[in-house]
Every structure is written in C-alpha cells, then in structure tokens.
Design a protein around this ligand. Structure first.
Ligand SMILES: [Zn+2]
Length: 879
C-alpha cells in the first residue's frame, strides 16, 4: 500500500458502549452458572465466552493454531441501484482442531445482516456479539468443516458509486464486508462469482473464467486464487475501459475511467512499460517468478490511497497513473516509484505476508526499498542520491522530531488498531534504516538473505525477527542490537561535529551522537561529513558505531570554513551546526557543488530554524538566493516547499507582505527561464501557492482566463480547477463567478463532482459545509474532503478557520473509526497546517488537556500534526 498521509486508528474497547459491557457482565454470570451446572458431566462442550471486539492477538493466535487449509467459495450480487443492498453467499471450508472450543468468525455488521448460517450442512444456532459470529462447538467437528453463510454485505468497504465500485479491505475491513477470519496469517484460496449490471465489467484477484449474461445482468466467475490474506482479497466492477498489453507472453490489463482520449494515449505506453520493467526486475532480484496467475490493475477516481497491492489486481488512484502534460519531474518519478512499489508488493507482502500487523512496515519498507532500486535505472538523468534524500528524509524528520513519534515496529494488541500503524515512520524512515542495513551487511548478503526469506515463507507468513535471524547469519555485525535501536525504538540521534584545531590545521574532527530522549541509545550508521575550505569541499565516509568516532582523514587538513556533520544525505539524525558553520552555510550553502549536499545543508538549516537557532527572515533570504541559481528540479521543489511553509507559517503578516514581491519575482523568473516543462510546472505550482500581491494574483487570474500564455507551460483541467480554487481563496469580488465559470468548463464528470465538492469550502456558507462533514456519508471521497479542508484553513482564512479546529478534533475518534487508513492523519494535517496563531495552538492544547485519557496512538498523531504549529508559535514569541 502506498499513501501520502496516515490514518490514526483506535476503534477499541473504548468504543464499546456501556450496554455492551453490562451485557458481558450478565453473560459471565450466566456462564458461571452453566459451568457450575456442567461440573462432573465431563462430556459437555465448553461454552465460549463472547470475544472482545475486533480481532485480538489472542484470538488470532488461537485460530491460526486450529484452522488450516482455508477456502472461501463466494458469490456476490451488486445491484445497479445504489439504494439496494449487496447480498452475498459463501461457503468457508477448512480443517479444524479442538472443535470443542467452538469457533469465532469476524463480521462487523449487525446480526440482521446474517441471513442464514449452516455448519456442515445443518442450520447452526450461533451466538452473536459485536464484530463476531460464534459457531457453537456442537456444530463443528475435528477435521474438515464447511460453514455456509448468506449475508447482507457491509457497505463501506465496497466503495459503491453509481457506475462503479471497488472493495478495499485493508487492514481489517474484509470482516466489515463479509464473515471471515480477518487476520493476515489465515491465508485462504478464494473462488468468486460476481453478479453485476449488464453494461459493467469486473476484475478480481483471479482470472475471469466465464462471463454469463442473465437478463440485464452479467455473471462473472473467477479462477481460484493462490493463498491470500483477507486484506489482499479484492474485486471491482463498473463502467471501465480495458487496455491490454503483453509481458513475457502474458496479458496484462489496465481498467480505467479516463474520458480524455489524449490523456489516455499520452500515458498508457509509460504505464505499461513501468509495470513490465518492475516485474522483470523483481523476478531477477528475487529469483522467483511472478507468483500469481495474472496481473491486472485498476485506475480508480478519488481512490483513498495512491495504490493498494491486491494480488493480481492492484488498485491505483487514477491521477497517480494518468499524469497531466504539465507533470513535474517529481510527479513522473513518483509514478514510476508507485508502480514499482505496488509491483514489488506481489513478492513482499502478497507472497510473503507479515504474521501480524505489527510487522506491516516490513512489507512497506521492502516495497519502497525495491522501488528505489527498480526506478533508478529508468531515470539515468536523475541524481538518485538526491532523489532518495528528498523523498525520505524531510517526511521522516517531520514525524521523528515530534513528541508524538513512534518506533518503526509498534505493538499491536488488536487488529482494529492496525490502521494507526501507518505513516511516514513506516514509509520514509524505514527505507532509510533499510539502506543503512544494506550498507552494513552489503548488497550481496542482503539479496541472498531476502531470497532465502521469500523462499522459506512463500504463500505463508513471517516476522521481522525471522528475517533478522536470516540476515544475522550472513554478517559479523550484531544485527539484533542494531534492530532494537533502529526498529524497536522511536526518535533520532542528535549529532554534533567537534573540531579541534592544531594551529592552522585540523587536530581532530569527531562526530558525536547523543540520544535526545535520554535512553542512552546509539544508532550505528554510515555518515558522510563534509567540510569546506578553499576550493572543493572534502567529504568522508564514516561508520559511526559508537557514541563518538574520529574522522581520521580530516586530520591535518587546513581550517575549514564550515563542518556539515552529514553533507551527502546518508546519515540520519538532528545534525547540529556550530555557530560559524551555521552563519557560513546560511549565506553560502547554494554554492556547494553537489546537489545532494545542497539538499542536506538546506535540511540541516531547516532543522535549525525549527530549533529556533535561525531566524525566519534570514532563512527565507537564504532560500530565495539559492532558488535563483539552483539547477536541480528536485531541489527547486524542496526549496519551494520549505520556503512556502516558513513564509505562511513563521513570518508575521507584515514580514510576509514585505517579502512577497521578492518571493513572487524569484519564482516567476525561475518559471520563465526554466528549460524543462516539468520545472516550469513546478515553478508555476510554487507561484500559485505563494502569490499574495495584487500583481501576483492578477497573473494567476490572467493565466486562468487564458489571456496569459506561458510558453512550455501546459495546464490540465485539474490545474485549472486548482487555479480557480487558489483565486477563490484569495477572495476577489467575483469568487462565485470564477467558481461557476470553472465548473462549466470541466468536461470529465468525476472531476466535475470533485470541483463542486471542494467549492463548498469557499464563501458562501463554509459553516454549513463544515457541518455537513459531520455526517460520514459526506466524507466518502476522502481526497476531496482533505482538499476542501485545506482551503477552509488556508493561512489567508486562518482567523475564521480557528473555529473549526476544536470540532475537528472532537470528531477525530469517529473519523478514525470510519475513515480509511490515511484519513485521520490527513484530516489533522489539513486542519492544522494552515495555522500559526497562539489561539490555534491553544485550541489544540486545550483539547489535549481536557482529554487526559485520550487513546494513546491518536494523541500521538495530534502531537505529530501540531508540532510545526507549536514551533511556529514559539518562533513568534521568541522574537
Ligand atoms: Zn505499500
């Protein structure tokens, strides 16, 4: 899976109502009497206690030990009328031991949704508790069992729209749709029949075996799948166009709804080629042929994540595959990485799956790690060290520097909290850790170890310690200690360089790492200090195994003008600059010859700004100077992003207005002089974000009206939508007119709906719009909601936006419980990132203060998202 933001999860016992608890108490009493009555009888089966909500680790372990050889034979009927319910039937066949213990199935729907249960051919008297159906012991037998259930499916994991639907079951939503064993280590083979409206098509994990027309309906039968975890089982149907291509003599297909034939034609060859390359590469690296029977993928409008790796039927957000003509280099790279990431999951995640969701990060880190290896050869013109740095470090630090940070490997007691594990620590920090691990043990050992891991656990499940065990045999290093500090603990080291001069020469240069959280941890790692002198800066490869290490090669060199503890984007930590280096780099970092050094220096300066060691105006001036000469597009984007954050968040309004003409001028000139269309687009997007002067806004207006054509800048329908919103948020007299005109211009019906949705965030009545978000059904298109929220809390409207902060936090538990994985963190980011006032920070503090026993993980997510806000407020008061 792949996504840009995280979801916070906690649908736990806490959401049990008091009634549930009372029920449990009554039941326990009753059970006590029953057990008393049974004493001495000896042959009566045990009466199972009603299980806790969700899937606890204990329940999962018990079932994994007793259930095997699992198959689901199921048929689903999806009506064309959205008002009608989806019905399904299934037969679950498996081998069972200890039948006297009874058996718990997961189904997060009310009892009425279960129409009939038969166990081994006979009606079964089941008991029901929230999230579960309990099959009584007397209906079960030792060995093979068949449970047949007719049910009404839960709606939300089916994502139904008028003319299409798709399932999304990760992490624990399969049981919100149908009765099953919803845990990753009960892999099953699925046989699926799907009945859909006659003008639809359909796709699932297995190959379609037949397609039968019955009246105005179409019935698909799909081939039995290989063993899959519930979260990887998927199917979709609707009005999709199907494109076909070939890979090594096999057919691969894309299902999509793109209505612009030019946009489709422009993108299709690259989309297929990127998949083919990824598949070839993975077969070669792993030594294992593509493990599933067929390979299809679906481009879904407003899909919740960037992509989801259902075996043989990957789902993507359509905009991640179909790029605009104006796509930036970064977007082109992101697409390649996304495709490589999801394809890599076919081996890492789908073939070998984590035993329990606490190790969900392993599949994500391997997908990202492999994606980097796969994508690099396809972009020889790209500086990949730089690319890795900008794609991972800023986002990882954004979490790891906060109070709310978490370790890579987290505890997980219940599957209903699995959604809370995702985030940049998994997606960004873990790949940094993995690259360090590869530097430590070597590429060859890593590959050998991974091959053994995949072979050993194919079509089964594994844990991180099992992999560490395999790799540990291939290296001298103490991987267990290494893994404990990097993987099981949160945070990053504070790293300083200590320079001692011997006359005009360096006597010694030491790197020292400390644990800011006072646990005395060290993070053994490779680092690349860079020191500047006359001429080209010198860089060193240093392995920091201990608290301090001496950089031997630096001894005897002339006094440096600066010391950057990591100047080539390899080491991980909060790198502290001494005063002299800080002053020098703030003035001169843009003159460093290597692009990755400029990025690493800029990152270090940004950290210093957040630590209140650099003043925001000086930081802005330094960045603007750099923008004028920066040739690397990845760095331009990195600079523009950080500058925009500081510009809107850390400057006072007066400072911002003073700086705006310069910022606009530099960005506009860069746009005019940009040689590549993608750099031009990056600059235009940057300009759109920061335009504040009447002249700047007028430029946006002229571009939107089509009266100012910039050569080489190709704007898509989506760019024009965004432009209309950006004009609207700047609040001209004719905002409604701009929005109405833009709405008429849009040709694609999905985009048209998106535009209308987001436009509600603007005046007239944003209060009513916010109120409407309190209803779950109005939050169905999560990316639209987040976009609209961002405008509700835009810095230019922050004063009014403050009143939505508290109610947004009040809604958070429900947002987490009902939304998809990344939604709650996205909700928090969209709510808080536009603000920089004391009042906004206070609203968050008040909320945290008034909820001392708030769910831990959710609280951590708030602390992550509010971190920059707190620092912004701190920066204002310190000046
Ligand atoms: Zn993934």
């Amino acid at each position: 899976m792949h996504g840009s933001v995280t979801r916070i999860g906690l649908r736990s016992r806490l959401s049990n109502t008091l009634d549930d608890k009372l029920c449990c108490v009554k039941h326990d009493l009753l059970l006590g009497f029953l057990l008393l009555a049974m004493t001495g009888c000896g042959t009566t089966p045990e009466e199972p206690k009603p299980p806790e909500r969700g899937v606890t680790r204990d329940l999962a372990q018990d079932r994994a030990g007793r259930v095997s050889g699992l198959t689901y034979d199921m048929s689903w009927e999806v009506p064309s009328d959205m008002g009608e319910l989806v019905r399904g039937e299934e037969t679950i066949a498996f081998s069972l031991s200890e039948p006297r213990k009874g058996l718990v199935l997961d189904f997060q729907q009310p009892r009425e949704n279960v129409l009939e249960v038969k166990a081994n051919g006979r009606p079964a008297e089941c008991s029901y508790s929230p999230d579960h159906i309990q099959i009584p012991a007397d209906a079960l037998r030792d060995g093979t069992n068949r449970i047949s259930i007719r049910f009404i499916a839960g709606g939300s994991p089916l994502n139904r729209h008028e003319d299409y639907f798709y399932t999304l079951f990760v992490p624990n939503r399969a049981s919100a749709a149908f009765p099953c064993f919803d845990q990753p280590d009960l892999k099953a083979r699925y046989r699926l029949a799907l009945d859909v409206p006659g003008d639809w098509t359909a796709v699932a994990n297995g190959r379609a075996l037949s397609e039968e027309r019955v009246g105005d309906r179409l019935r698909f039968r799909f081939q039995e799948t290989k063993p899959l975890s519930t979260y990887l089982f998927a199917f979709a149907g609707g009005e999709f166009q199907v494109e076909e291509s070939q890979w090594n003599g096999r057919q691969i297909r894309l299902f999509h709804r793109e209505t612009d034939p030019k946009r489709a034609a422009r993108n299709l060859p690259a989309i297929f080629e990127l998949h083919r390359k990824a598949l070839d590469w993975l077969e070669d690296y792993t030594g294992i042929e593509y493990p599933f029977d067929k390979f299809d993928f679906v481009a879904v409008p407003a899909f919740q994540f960037s992509g989801m790796e259902h075996a043989g039927a990957i789902l993507y957000r359509d905009t991640g595959l179909f790029l605009d003509e104006s796509a930036t280099q970064n977007e082109i790279l992101q697409r390649a990485s996304l495709i490589a990431h999801e394809t890599a999951h076919m081996w890492f995640g789908d073939l070998v799956t984590m035993r329990w969701f606490n190790d969900v990060w392993t599949k994500e880190v391997f997908a990202n790690f492999m994606a980097a290896k796969i994508v690099n050869p396809s972009f020889p013109e790209v500086d990949h060290q730089l690319r890795f740095f900008v794609a991972h470090y800023p986002a990882a630090y954004d979490i790891d520097r906060t109070r709310g940070t978490n370790p890579i490997r987290q505890e997980l007691e219940n599957m209903n909290e699995a959604g809370s594990l995702y985030g940049p620590i998994i997606y960004q920090k873990a790949p940094i850790m993995m690259r360090q691990l590869e530097l430590l043990i070597g590429e060859e050992a890593m590959r050998t170890g991974l091959r053994e891991y995949l072979k050993t656990f194919a079509f089964a499940n594994a844990t991180w310690p099992a992999l560490v065990g395999i790799l540990d045999k291939l290296t001298e290093a103490d991987l267990k200690m290494w893994s404990r500090n990097w993987v099981e603990e949160p945070g990053r080291p504070r790293i300083t360089a200590e320079l001692q001069m011997d006359g005009t020469q360096i006597g010694s240069l030491r790197l020292r790492q400390e644990d800011p959280l006072k646990r005395q941890l060290t993070w053994p790692q490779r680092m690349t200090p860079v020191i500047g002198g006359k001429g080209k800066p010198a860089s060193f490869d240093v392995t920091v195994n201990d608290k301090t290490v001496v950089v031997n090669e630096a001894q005897g060199l002339p006094r440096p003008t600066f010391v950057l503890p990591d100047g080539r984007g390899v080491g991980y930590g909060l790198f502290e600059l001494d005063e002299r280096s800080r002053v020098f780099l703030l003035e001169n970092f843009h003159t460093l010859p290597e692009a990755v050094s400029r990025a690493a220096a800029w990152m270090t300066l940004y950290d210093a700004l957040l630590e209140a060691k650099i003043e925001p105006n000086g930081f802005m001036r330094s960045g603007l100077r750099a923008l004028k000469t920066e040739p690397e597009e990845l760095n331009v984007t990195f600079l523009l992003n950080t500058l925009a954050t500081v510009y809107w968040g850390f400057l006072s309004e007066g400072e911002r207005r003073t700086l705006a003409p310069d910022f606009e001028k530099v960005t506009w000139n860069l746009l005019l002089s940009a040689r590549s269309p993608s750099l031009k687009a990056a600059c235009f997007k940057g300009f759109m974000r920061i335009a504040l002067t009447p002249g700047g806004i007028q430029r946006l207006r002229l571009v939107w009206e089509g009266r100012l054509n910039l050569q080489g800048l190709n704007l898509s329908e989506q760019d024009f939508m965004k432009l209309a919103w950006e004009l609207a948020v700047r609040g001209g007299d004719d905002t409604q007119d701009v929005l109405a005109q833009q709405s008429r211009r849009i040709k694609n019906p999905d985009r048209s709906r998106e535009f209308a949705f987001v436009a509600q965030a603007f005046p007239g009545d944003p209060d009513r719009f916010f109120e409407s978000l309190k209803k779950k059904e109005n939050r169905k298109h999560e990316p639209w909601v987040l976009q609209a929220l961002t405008y509700l809390h835009h810095p230019l409207r922050a004063e009014k936006g403050i009143r939505y902060i508290r109610p947004s936090l009040d809604m958070l538990e429900e947002i987490q419980a009902t939304g998809d994985i990344f939604f709650a963190k996205g909700w928090l980011d969209a709510t808080l990132s536009g603000h920089n006032s004391k009042e906004a920070a206070q609203a968050v503090r008040d909320f945290l203060g008034s909820h001392p026993s708030y769910p831990r993980r959710l609280r951590a997510k708030i602390e992550q998202s509010a971190d920059t806000l707190f620092r912004k407020v701190g920066a204002q008061t310190s000046r």
